[in-house]
Design a protein around this ligand. Structure first.
Ligand code: GDP
Length: 296
């Protein structure tokens, strides 16, 4: 599970805090050094760490001592609040179209988990009463179309595919008609990824975006790629514009830096996290719960 190491180190840092009465700069020195190291080791962006530590320090020194809390409890509260903010503050829900269907476009690099996530997201939304249509728009990766069709069968979700000889823009357009005819209120479009970001990929994604006007463009990134995931998010956001992220493979031993940095760096929230290969292993992302989980 991701964050194990971070969790342990942050908990230790907080325990190091031995102040009594008003919190002083001296009380904070050692624990905050530990907090900084823990975050850097978790692969959190340097600038993000710096701001995070500064915020904690300013609040700890500025806050009037609450009678009901010991200084140690206050530090825990401040770190918890700041960590929640760092993770995005409140939960970011999906935009739902006033006039269905809601169109969700999944983008990302190859191997990030897009196709699997398309199936998982479809399944999750169906549990919430939606009627999703999965759209096989990855016409370049061999077997991506088949993979989505197999997922559709396993999950009993309809899949719209036109093979790999039709342009993804055309597929996306025709998928809208299909959604109407099947009375599907949610369309989830799987798109092609590449090993690296290139103009051709971005052009194609921009064309799909222009053709179907998605309500949500969600970038799927692999937590295991650490700060690279954040760089990828910056590029996709700049080139295409994204509404949020889905961070996959948090069940592995990813250090978690991507989840912790991405909102601060790109301004775009994490909306879901992938917690395993199983098809029910996708969860809405709750910053407050994740912060509490990390702080134990
Ligand atoms: P795509 O190229 O982006 O479409 O990637 P795929 O959907 O084919 O996924 C690549 C691999 O990542 C597959 O083996 C998936 O089972 C795996 N995968 C996706 N999401 C998760 C996750 O949350 N946890 C784990 N452990 N594996 C995942």
């Amino acid at each position: 599970m991701a964050f194990e190491n971070l969790s342990e180190r942050l908990q230790n840092a907080i325990k190091m805090f031995r102040g009594s009465g008003k919190i002083t700069e001296d009380d904070l020195k050692a624990p905050l050094r530990e907090v900084r190291m823990a975050l850097l080791e978790a692969d959190v962006n340097f600038k993000v760490v710096k701001d995070f530590v500064t915020n904690i320090k300013e609040r700890a020194l500025g806050e009037t001592v609450q009678q009901s809390l010991t200084p140690g409890q206050q530090i825990i509260k401040i770190v918890n609040d700041e960590l929640t903010q760092l993770l995005g503050g409140t939960q970011s829900k999906l935009t739902v179209a006033d006039k269905p269907p809601t169109v969700i476009m999944l983008v990302g690099l190859q191997g990030a988990g897009k196709t699997t996530t398309a199936g998982k997201l479809g399944s999750l939304l169906r549990k919430k009463g939606k009627k999703p249509l999965l759209v096989a728009g990855d016409v370049y990766r061999p077997a991506a179309i088949k993979q989505l069709q197999v997922l559709g069968e396993q999950l009993s979700l309809p899949v719209f595919a036109l093979g790999d000889q039709v342009s993804p823009v055309e597929i996306a357009r025709k998928a809208m008609d299909k959604a109407f005819s099947l009375a599907c209120d949610t369309v989830i479009i799987d798109t092609a990824g590449r090993l690296h970001i290139n103009e051709e990929l971005m052009d194609e994604l921009r064309n799909i975006k222009a053709a179907v006007n998605p309500h949500e463009i969600l970038l799927v990134v692999d937590a295991m790629t650490g700060q690279d995931a954040v760089t990828v998010a910056e590029s996709f956001n700049g080139e295409l514009g994204i509404d949020g992220l889905i961070v996959t493979k948090l069940d592995g031993d990813a250090r978690g830096g991507a989840v912790l940095s991405v909102k601060a760096v790109t301004g775009r929230p994490v909306k879901f996290v992938g917690m395993g290969e199983k098809l029910d292993a996708l969860e809405p992302f709750h910053p407050d719960r994740m912060a509490s989980r990390i702080l134990g």
